[in-house]
Design a protein around this ligand. Structure first.
Ligand code: ADP
Ligand code: MG
Length: 257
């Protein structure tokens, strides 16, 4: 019982809550994009958010690091009240790495420079230490030999792995992924999912929006299904996919599988 995996599983079950949505509502003008969201995510948990396009998945994710503001209700992340104007947003964002569909690497900086930029500027790490950390994470995502390449010299899958390494180099407690493989050619999806699977195994807290159902079924501790701004159903993957309770969930699953 002393291996890392069992400790991680134990932590997940005993569950220190790290993200809490309480009655969260959000409007864009007159349009209500999030409707009474209540959600607790525990340390080490891997939560996959599914739902049709426009259901509010990205908005929910972006509220966590305050790329979007909550209109009403409370949101707490790692003890910091995201909804309070007093919260130090830079401190909040240091705890959260985010990976987007498009990688947003700086085209005129090398892979190493892309990864070390924030640790040097924000975390105030000395350059050599930041580079050591960057190389460590490049190793981890499987492309240590690309340190001095420019983004345009990499495939989409490699660029996304650099984006993941960049997120990890800030040593975040939480990683958010918004459709990280949706812009990739099919043959590159696997290599990015493999990196994410590894990260999940090591106990990273992850919130992932994806259409990759194999990944969701295999890696998620919990699936959240959203439709029209609401959480319609949630559950463990097996129950969710094989025995969904709600009609809307059933329709969604039958369309995508
Ligand atoms: P999903 O990620 O599930 O596709 P989003 O969270 O991106 O959904 O968007 C949910 C709804 O909110 C969509 O109808 C979208 O058009 C709308 N929306 C998203 N961002 C904005 C914005 N900045 N201003 C106005 N409407 C927005
Ligand atoms: Mg989206």
């Amino acid at each position: 019982m002393n291996n890392i995996r069992s400790i991680i599983l134990q932590t997940k079950k005993e569950g220190v809550t790290i993200i809490t949505f309480e009655n969260v509502n959000k409007w864009f003008g007159d349009y209500q994009v999030l409707k009474n969201i209540n959600l607790n995510i525990r340390e080490g948990e891997v939560v996959v958010i599914l739902g049709p396009s426009g259901s509010g998945k990205s908005t929910l994710l972006r509220c966590i690091n305050r790329l979007e503001t909550v209109s009403q209700g409370d949101l707490t992340v790692d003890g910091m009240k995201v909804t309070s104007p007093k919260t130090d947003i830079n401190r909040l964002r240091q705890e959260i790495g985010m990976v987007f569909q498009h990688f947003y690497l700086y085209p005129h900086k090398t892979v190493l420079e892309n990864i070390t930029l924030a640790p040097i500027k924000v975390r105030k790490l000395p350059k050599d230490e930041a580079e050591k950390t960057a190389r460590h994470y490049l190793e981890k995502v499987g492309i240590p030999e690309k340190a001095n390449a420019y983004p345009s010299q990499l495939s989409g899958g490699q660029q996304q792995r650099v984006a993941i390494a960049r997120g990890l180099a800030m040593k975040p407690k939480i990683m958010l992924f918004d459709e990280p493989t949706s812009a990739l050619d099919p043959e590159m999806i696997g290599e990015v999912l493999d990196v994410m699977r590894e990260l999940a195994k090591e106990g990273m807290t992850m919130v992932v929006v994806t259409h990759e159902m194999g990944f969701a079924r295999e890696v998620a501790d919990r699936i959240i299904f959203m439709d029209e701004g609401m959480i319609v159903e949630e559950g463990e993957p097996t129950t969710f996919f094989d025995n969904p309770k709600e009609e809307r969930t059933r329709r969604f699953i039958s369309r995508i599988l």
